[in-house]
Ligand binder design. Structure first.
Ligand code: ADP
Ligand code: MG
Length: 709
């Protein structure tokens, strides 16, 4: 049989079962063999319930009590199950798996394995009103009569897989076994033997076997690492191809040898720097040099500028634009939202106007006539820089000579999406600016095709805002204190919870908050503004303008991104329900206050019912002032998908590799990929053929560019 054969080819898998397996993402033999267990259970280490300790992963052999299903109707179902053995009681809780109520019925005998926590709240199960020990989302195995003894005797380590309705641990173990039998020696190892030896990695077949049937925990981990390495190496090779393809292309249009007759070369940059009210920081100087060097090359620049919130990326982007214009080219500046596009346009106009340059603005709502004028002006090269949202690239905008694209992005784009973006615009130089720092491992996977510039220095005199976790009983004190400051002209943001399901609820929360504050005697005489996602663009602009000028001193706002603005007088931000935000998002918000120097404050308004885990996360913010440290912690606590946001994060198709754990493997893979590609760029030699097939299988459909490679 073949790895890509459907699981239905295996004995005992009918259409019904195949459908269920598909829910676990298992369609082919390959899927099954590469399906990593969620954990392993050491049968010789079953813990009696009276010996359970909080905080660790443990396994228990128990009998189920009467479970209780709650939630539902749009809320996440929660299934709680009392557990009992001869020694004592505990409980287990599962989230989002309502079917368990039908599977784990009263009296059932089962093994549970997972992290045990102390939970303080009485849940109605276990001993009422007393704190108890609880397995949180444990893996489980339902045992038939007689199985229990056999299980305890086996003394082996067995895999525990993620399950779905109608699929048991036992059935998966049987299937994996059958799949291995069916494939037999038909597994081709993509790693050359020499590399395996050097890196002390097991052969593929041994790794797959040990992934499912390890003899020791160490063997299981080694197997996992080997398979993770395969994925990381494939990614690095793929990225290597993208880079090579880029290096082989020429920046279009090429830098004109005749500089734009309207300007003296270098004069623009020099005059701009001179006119700035401050000196560039050392960091800004350094990254600007790196960019400048790229711009002088004939291959297109593809650079990521990473810098913490407030480190001054905008000025650097402006310098890059000026350099392009000096070379007789045009620049496009893509902002993530309309508000930010307008803000950026104003900054650029303020800076570039005096230099005699023309700045244009193109938004989704730009009128037809205006748009036509703008288009023809761009075609005739009468506009030097155009600022806009991503719509800018989707529309039929033509440039006379587009030389540089600046993407001020919220790390929403993966490697592939970016490649498309470039295709659309020919091959201009490209500067991507990441709005918040992301951990190095993510940067290497998502931006592995880019060269990296790090802006790791803040403008002088900037003190990071003081972060405080404010419990509900301190809320009035906080409001009193901050309204006093608002009366002295300081500006305050109040950011309301982001309710993702519905913009309407979102709006309601913010509207109610604004109403509440308007009726609060503490706020008497203070003008309170309201900004939310359902407002029209010019309406938003007006509200923000009033806040900027000081007419409004308190601004209640919903959507995070709309707050991504630069108002130097803003010194205080309050975030309601901070637990609903990601840490990186909160850090990004924090960067909006204290931009004018002086004291600033970032208050996380806690609700009474906040959970322990949320508190743990929020404390990271209090502890860490640097966005890089915050991002690392966020990645550890929530995983890559969450950190990047679920929409279009462009993460590679990893099944085994784990970016929170495998940093060192990733570095290794990057080195090895470079080494291979130096000697055999197209992986054509016989010992690299299997590797080439492996990379192709994973990435060919995702990256059309590979046809080149
Ligand atoms: P970000 O990196 O978050 O995009 P901005 O470019 O918006 O940061 O800059 C943040 C603030 O720092 C702005 O108010 C800007 O005027 C100021 N700033 C930038 N560079 C310097 C500098 N070299 N010295 C002093 N202030 C600076
Ligand atoms: Mg910025």
């Amino acid at each position: 049989m073949n790895l890509d054969d459907p699981l239905q080819f295996l004995k005992g898998v009918g259409p019904e079962r195949a459908r269920r397996l598909e829910r676990l993402g298992l369609a082919t033999l390959r899927d099954l063999l590469w399906y990593p267990p969620k954990g392993y259970m050491d049968r010789s280490r079953v813990v009696p319930l009276d010996r359970l300790v909080p905080g660790a992963e443990q396994t228990a052999l128990v009998r189920a009590g009467n479970g209780r299903l709650s939630g539902g109707r749009g809320r996440m179902p929660v299934f709680e199950l009392p557990l009992r053995d001869e020694t004592g009681e505990a409980s287990a809780v599962w989230f989002g798996q309502a079917y368990l109520a039908r599977t784990l019925t009263l009296g059932a005998s089962l093994l549970v394995h997972g992290k045990v926590r102390l939970h303080a709240e009485p849940t109605g199960v276990g001993r009422r009103g007393r704190p108890g020990l609880q397995f949180q989302n444990p893996e489980y195995e339902l045992l038939g009569s007689g199985d229990a003894d056999e299980t305890l005797q086996g003394g082996r380590i067995v895999p525990l897989y993620g399950l779905t309705q109608g699929i048991t641990q036992k059935s998966l173990r049987v299937l994996v076994h059958a799949a291995l039998e069916a494939i037999g020696d038909g597994l081709v190892d993509p790693l050359p033997r020499e590399m395996r030896g050097r890196l002390l990695l097991p052969a593929l077949i041994d790794a797959i076997r040990a992934l499912h049937y390890p003899e020791t925990n160490e063997q299981a981990e080694l197997a996992r690492r080997r398979l993770a390495y395969d994925e990381l190496l494939a990614l690095q090779l793929a990225l290597g191809w993208v880079k090579r393809a880029r290096a082989a292309s020429t920046a279009a249009p090429p830098r004109r040898t005749e500089p734009n007759p309207r300007f003296r070369r270098d004069a623009l940059v020099a005059r701009f720097v001179e006119a700035l009210p401050y000196r560039l920081t050392g960091g800004q100087e350094r990254v600007w040099l790196e960019i400048r060097r790229d711009l002088d090359e004939s291959t297109p620049m593809n650079r990521l500028l990473q810098g913490d919130v407030g480190s001054g990326k905008t000025v650097v982007a402006a310098l890059a634009c000026l350099a392009a214009i000096e070379g007789g080219q045009q620049a496009a500046y893509l902002a993530p939202t309309e508000i930010l596009a307008e803000q950026q346009m104003q900054s650029l106009q303020r800076w570039f106007g005096p230099l005699g340059l023309k700045v244009g603005l193109l938004l989704g709502r730009t009128g037809t006539r205006e748009r036509a004028e703008l288009r023809s002006a761009l075609q005739r090269a009468e506009i030097d820089v155009v600022v806009g949202t991503h719509a800018l690239l989707e529309q039929e905008v033509e440039f006379a000579r587009l030389g540089l694209v600046v993407v001020d992005e919220q790390h929403r784009f993966g490697v592939l999406q970016r490649a498309r973006l470039r295709d659309k615009a020919g091959a201009p130089h490209c500067l991507v600016m990441s709005a918040t720092p992301i951990p190095r491992s993510l940067a290497m996977t998502l931006y592995g095709d880019l060269d990296l510039s790090l802006l790791d220095e803040m403008p002088p005199g900037r003190r990071p805002p003081e972060t405080r976790l404010v419990p509900p009983e301190k809320r009035r004190d906080m409001l009193r204190w901050m309204t006093a400051r608002a009366r002295r002209g300081e500006r305050i943001y109040i950011v309301c919870p982001l309710v993702e399901e519905s913009e309407l609820i979102d709006l309601k929360a913010a509207t109610e908050m604004a109403e509440e504050l308007r009726g609060d005697p503490l706020f008497r005489g203070l003008e309170i503004g309201l900004l939310h996602g359902r407002m029209a663009g010019d309406e938003k602009q007006a509200v923000l303008g009033r806040f900027r000028s000081g007419g409004t001193t308190v601004l209640v706002s919903t959507t995070v991104i709309e707050v991504g603005v630069d108002v130097p007088e803003a010194t205080i931000m309050v975030v309601e329900h901070p637990e609903r935000f990601g840490l990186a998002q909160l850090h990004q918000l924090r960067g909006r206050v204290g931009r004018g120097g002086g004291d600033s404050f970032f208050f996380l308004a806690l609700s009474a019912r906040i959970g322990r885990e949320s508190m743990e996360r929020l404390r990271v913010l209090k502890r860490e002032a640097s966005g890089f440290a915050v991002a690392e912690a966020d990645l550890r606590l929530r995983g890559p998908g969450e950190v990047l946001g679920t929409a279009q994060h462009g993460l590679p198709p990893f099944r085994i590799a784990d970016l929170t754990r495998d940093m060192e493997l990733l570095v290794r893979a990057q080195q090895e990929a470079a080494r291979i590609q130096e000697r055999d760029p197209a992986l054509e030699s016989p010992e690299h053929r299997p590797l080439r097939a492996w990379v192709h299988r994973l990435y060919a459909s995702r990256m059309p560019l590979f046809e080149v490679g």
